[in-house]
Ligand binder design. Sequence first.
Ligand code: GLY
Ligand code: MN
Ligand code: MN
Length: 427
Amino acid sequence: MKLFKAHIKKVTEATTRALEETGFDGLWIYSGHPEHHFLDDMGSPHVINPHFRWWVPVANVTSSVLHYQPGQKPTVYLYQPADFWHKVIDHSEDKWARYFDVKVIGHYSDLPKFNDWHNHAWIGGPELQPLPEINTNPKALLDHLHFSRVQKTDYEIQCIQKANQIALKGHQAARDAFYAGSSEYEIHMAYLTACQHNEYQMPYGNIVALNENSSVLHYQFQNRERLPKGQLKSFLIDAGANHHGYASDITRTYSFIDDEFAEMIKMMEDKQQQLCKLVTTGQDYIDLHIKAHHYIGEVLSEFGIVKCSVSSAVEQGLSSVFFPHGLGHYLGLQVHDVNGYIVDEHGTVKPPPENHPFLRLTGCLRENVVVTIEPGLYFIPMLLKGFVGHSDINWEKVEAFIPYGGIRIEDNVVVKKEQAINLTRTN
Ligand code: GLY
Ligand code: MN
Ligand code: MN
């Protein structure tokens, strides 16, 4: 709780500064509430407003409001209705609650009259926005808070580390299931069981891909069919876990036998680990992404996939055919944590370079920011089509690797002044 206490102190100070600098006297943050699908009385699982979760570490809260005015203890109006359809858990005595003034409410009518409070901002989704438009999700305030939220407290880093530890149990089980010949679906279920998570708790949909499915960056299915062992070539799994609302985001790739693809995975991992070590304060993330392209160029050259020099492969855009996504992103309460293009508290945007449009993070790294480092090398028929006949690509090699899909290796790293901390490898 010492870490959580320090966390709330930082959140309080950051919010006070943001309110002062953007001209508000206080703010409301709504947790959000679940809504039904069109013409239905069922809805999707509810995802709590990340601003609310920054303060309140409860997994299942809905219809609750946080109120903060600088100089006062924050208040949480915690919705705990009398409900015989659902289990209602009393969180008002939880340890986190001692840092708040918790008012349990049993009905919406018990919520305060939001408009009675002078010059307040409201942060919340479209399902409830009781204040005038100008006070609702004011951009200047959100930009300010987002810039603060990217830099993590020790409590948050501990949560992300725990989320890594949970996910690594899943990755171990998934790896074992792959080598036992399981289907994508069976691997997925083995992963969830090892993490003791249900699907609603996952920070994003598991990517569990055998063979050429590994070339689909966000492959979303889990095939129920087992592949005959003679057909099993490769396995890519991108899956995280959740601890107190914080995410991990880890990718591993395996070759079924000890072949050339296995050697390529080894070289990719070596390059990925080198990149992880460069995650120190002041590092320009665009430069790191470009460095990753040169590393991918080295792998392509080493395995005879391109015939030109590494720099020529990068300059001609060949590395982008095989590595079309960004090197990584911020990680925290959201798997792609708030706007990676904002480079100061005033919301100044630094867009990605024109030829790297999918890079999600463009600024210089600050201490205690958590990022993913996830270089990839894929054989994506759709992208390769645009280069058919290119004389610097060894098409015979490409054809041989297409059935393997591709490689991605992803760790979660804390930026430090001297030496980055790799949360995925230090457990
Ligand atoms: N799991 C999605 C990503 O790596 O960004
Ligand atoms: Mn990621
Ligand atoms: Mn991922």
